[in-house]
Design a protein around this ligand. Structure first.
Ligand code: AMP
Length: 643
């Protein structure tokens, strides 16, 4: 019999109960932690199929809560932003300095004729200018659409066109592992594809080499800032449900969807979860190793740490460049107290071993939180035990672009519950989850099914930009006869109420009637010391229905061999039992991943079925598809020779 939360942690239990018993009172209290120019008339309303709304009639502004509030309360002299890049450049901004910069850019946006509700696309690297521009846009009621600066022309064009952006901001180049990656040329290509919604392109020039400018359309950054003359940078109070920004999902499974996050509900959600889960405090030096092109960058480089009054690090570059020690060195250099990173980053650091970490003083660190994919227990073990020697917790937590902030995690900030490696832990207060079968029957403890969320919560997108029907169908219309939010993830809940993710629901592999999550198999493969990364998919099989097909990247010093294949098959058997039948293991040098580091298993599936991989505009390395194809073909050839 499992233990109830009441026993596991009475403090967390009390907060969860408050949220359940009287959600309106609960969310009112949470919302009052922020500044409102006018309080709401009603906390929540949903006239299905319309959008649901939170804090209706309330007036606030995300930018005000992130900046002005602190300047007014005397915190203006405190560091707000620490910009660092791989070239050793460092720039610090206090809250007062950032506030002034943002006001000026807000005035410049007004000078460009930007009005409330206009969309502006920001296709720039992590930089103080891009961050200030985000804050300036929401300040004047415009809606920002940040597009990751590593995307190509097609992905950019899609997002510009779908959002109907009037202005596009870019820079001449971005820095990537010692290279200058040109951006402006990609913008020109994208605008040829996207049509003519964009009136002006503003270019931040970082290098001296000039870039081609289209007269009448393109402006330099200085020309843009000069438009501030005679304009005011004042902030406009906005109704809580006004959109602050549009953010596309990462495209692991399908064509990206444009989620919409608001000034009210989103702000309350990331502020509350920033407190419950991450324990963000004004004394924190907080580093989210993400990029502003992702929701993690929006919520945890920019908005939540600034709302909490922290010093937030914005790092432009790779965490292992110029060397494998870079990540650890930055922790020491800035006295980082909290880190938000992704499993792909942990696995990358793990490949270099503990040696680089040992060279630095990591004593400032208080916690590391990790999301984006499951933090496989071998990776967790390495970071928590080997590197950090159990001194601080390493906390996995689950969320989606759609949810704005964490939904399932360990409430470290409220009061930590025991960590179970491999589990994302428990739902945040105000969220009720359930695991169901595809036809909506509730699953029992430890029974695998699809994770659904029973109720909207303030951070959850209430529509997709321009595609409300798709929103209702894809999220609230998937479970027959019930209005439940469909996460798309396979999971089970254990007897203590902990949630364990097994992979995307449509990627679960059915081997002779046993449903096996891709992640479970990948984790089992990672228990072998030769394995750096693994991506698993199902392959149709006449006898078993499906068998598991694994793509494996080896750690340095290990070579592919049949002997190793056998050992890996055994490792999976040992972890998951004889039901987990591995059809084959293909060794590759890299896995197809999204630019945000998520394994694209649908691409692996396309490779083994010899099909078109579909939309791969968000892929990190296009070469990874060809590499996987070549390795797969070679394996097939070797096998047919042996037969
Ligand atoms: P995105 O489209 O980038 O918002 O990706 C959201 C998806 O990432 C989720 O639906 C999960 O499949 C996956 N994900 C994120 N965090 C975790 C986690 N901690 N454990 C398992 N899966 C995760």
């Amino acid at each position: 019999m499992g233990q109830q939360l009441e026993v596991i942690n009475p403090i967390v239990h009390r907060v969860v109960e408050e949220a359940r018993e009287n959600p309106d009172a609960f969310w009112s209290r949470e919302a009052r932690a922020l500044h409102w120019f006018r309080y709401w008339d009603k906390v929540f309303e949903w006239n299905y199929p319309e959008r649901y709304r939170w804090f209706i009639g309330g007036e606030t502004n995300l930018s005000y809560n992130a900046l002005d509030r602190h300047v007014q309360s005397g915190w203006g002299g405190h560091t707000a932003l620490i910009y660092a890049n791989e070239r050793g450049e460092r720039r610090l901004f206090t809250y007062a300095q950032l506030h002034r910069k943002v006001e000026r850019l807000a005035a410049a946006l007004r000078g460009m004729g930007v009005q409330k509700g206009d969309r502006i696309t920001i296709y720039m690297p992590v930089s103080p200018e891009a961050i200030a521009l985000m804050l300036a846009a929401v300040r004047v009621g415009a809606i920002h659409v940040v597009v990751f600066a590593g995307f190509g022309a097609r992905a950019l064009a899609d997002r510009v066109a779908a959002s109907g952006s009037r202005l596009l901001f870019t820079s001449d180049i971005t820095y990537r592992k010692g290279q200058n990656v040109p951006l402006k040329g990609i913008v020109d290509q994208a605008l040829n594809i996207a049509g003519d919604t964009v009136e002006h392109v503003v270019v931040l020039q970082r290098e001296s080499a000039p870039v081609p400018m289209t007269p009448g359309r393109d402006l330099t950054w200085d020309e843009f800032v000069a438009r501030a003359e005679g304009q005011s940078g004042h902030m406009v109070p906005l109704e809580a449900n006004e959109p602050a920004f549009i953010m596309a999902t990462s495209g692991t499974t399908a064509r990206p969807k444009l989620t919409v996050h608001t000034h009210g509900g989103y702000a309350v959600w990331i502020n509350s979860t920033g407190n419950w889960l991450f324990k963000l405090r004004p004394t924190d030096v907080w580093w989210a190793t993400s990029d502003i092109g992702w929701i993690v960058g929006h919520s945890y480089i920019v908005y939540a740490p600034l709302m909490a009054g922290c010093a937030s690090i914005a790092y432009e570059g790779a965490i292992d460049y110029p060397g494998p020690e870079t990540f650890w060195q930055l922790i020491e250099e800035f006295g980082v107290t909290g880190i938000f990173t992704a499993p792909t980053a942990v696995r990358l650091l793990m490949r270099y071993g503990t040696e680089p970490a040992r060279q630095f003083d990591l004593s400032s660190l208080q916690r590391i939180v990790c999301a984006g994919e499951p933090l496989n227990p071998p990776a967790w073990e390495w970071l928590q035990k080997e590197v950090l020697r159990d001194r601080v917790p390493v906390i996995d937590h689950w969320w989606q672009t759609e949810t704005g902030g964490p939904v399932i995690g360990n409430p470290y900030g409220l009061s930590m519950v025991p960590i179970k490696p491999g589990s994302a832990t428990i739902p945040m207060p105000g969220v009720e989850v359930q695991v169901v079968t595809p036809d909506g029957k509730p699953c029992g403890p430890n029974e695998k099914g699809i994770l659904v969320i029973k109720n909207p919560f303030p951070g959850l997108t209430s529509t997709l930009w321009g595609e409300h029907e798709r929103y209702l169908n894809d999220y609230w219309g998937r479970i027959p006869g019930q209005r439940l939010y469909f996460t798309g993830d396979a999971a089970h809940v254990d007897e203590d109420g902990y949630v364990w993710f097994a992979g995307r629901a449509d990627e679960v592999v059915n081997v002779a009637g046993h449903r096996i999550g891709t992640i479970e198999v990948e984790t089992a493969l990672l228990t072998h010391p030769a394995v750096a990364e693994a991506g698993v998919t199902g392959r149709p099989d006449e006898v078993k229905g499906e068998v598991l097909s694994a793509f494996v990247v080896l750690r340095p010093g290990h070579e592919p061999s049949d002997q190793l294949r056998q050992e890996l098959v055994q490792a999976v058997r040992r972890e998951l039992g004889p039901v987990a039948v591995i059809g084959e293991i293909t060794f590759v040098n890299m896995l197809p991943k999204t630019r945000s580091g998520k394994i694209m298993r649908r691409v692996l599936k396309a490779v083994i079925l010899d099909k078109d991989p579909g939309d791969i505009t968000t892929i990190e390395e296009e070469g990874s598809v060809e590499e996987a194809r070549a390795a797969w073909e070679q394996l097939k050839a070797e096998r047919s020779e042996q037969q």
